[in-house]
Write a protein that binds this ligand. Sequence first.
Ligand code: GLV
Length: 389
Amino acid sequence: MPVITCIDDLKRLHRRRAPKMFYDYAESGSWTEQTFRENTTDFEKIRLRQKVAVDMSNRSTRTTMIGEEVAMPIALAPVGLTGMQSADGEIKAARAAEAFGVPFTLSTMSICSIEDVAEHTSKPFWFQLYVMRDEDFVDNVIGRAKAAGCSALVLTLDLQILGQRHKDLVNGLSAPPRPTPRTLLDLSTRWRWGLEMLGTKRRTFRNIVGHAKNVGNVQSLMSWTAEQFDPQLDWAKIRRIKEKWGGKLILKGILDEEDARKAVDVGADAIVVSNHGGRQLDGALSSIRMLPPILRAVGDQIEVHMDGGIRSGQDALKAVALGAKGTYIGRAYIYGLGAMGQAGVTRALEVLHKELDVSMAFCGRRDINDVGRDILYVPKDFEGEWQDA
Ligand code: GLV
């Protein structure tokens, strides 16, 4: 078993063990990848305030997200094609999250279906929905999520059309991979991945295949989104989905104060300040940078979560200290999954927890619920001064 000390160790292994097209899919931003990069580099600009000679015993990172108890304020974000990073990847990730006590969110664009994950877990998970043109499919998938006992619906608002990721185009991303000479050569060096994949029946988008009418080329995320995602999604449709679902609703992809207010108006339970991991609108501000203005706009009316750029427990601590009630990791657990399957996801969670817990203690806090902005040094110009249009 390799020694894993940080998320970067898992990333290196993931790169070696998973097929290039899937590693690249995870490790991509759109166009120039500026937003993807700044999601992480903006975290580095915020520093922590050291405190000494305070009792650091009996620490706790336990808190709640949308009223659910969590072992730490870090949930697993919805990630498409997770079951291509490692066979049955969504089941493995959900099981690791469940054992650790943090929420797992299943993507609409997952390989394992809602039913597959429900069958292999015992606690409720969250389901992420993309709004499709086909309302019957949307209603049906909401019904399936209810039947599976999902405890929250995470509605993603920033991917009705797909941002262009150059690497996916070059690699011909598809699930399962098409057998071209290039992919076959790459797969020949990923024998462990291939053997596991041969041993599972879950190799395509099982939330969709067999459930959606007129399924076109579902193998390709790009053509599927172009054909099926509803580019006319608006707040009225969001209200319709909220009513249809009837349970806890999290709106993901909020990066603007006015949109945050609209999310409050529709009665969402939480918002996720997110730029989709820098995979959609390149040139958007980083999530951590947009967190404070959005908190100022709606922080007293709705739970505010964030994702984008979290690669360490310190990053999560900074987001919580700024006021986020919860954070999400995507790549940080996907690296673990691609590196070592379920054990790798568990290892990622352990690494993040330790970094969060120890850093919190160095800042003189014993309880994550007592962490506030006063443990941070935030540069004066952190949010930037932008001229309104
Ligand atoms: C899907 O969620 C993607 O970002 O590829």
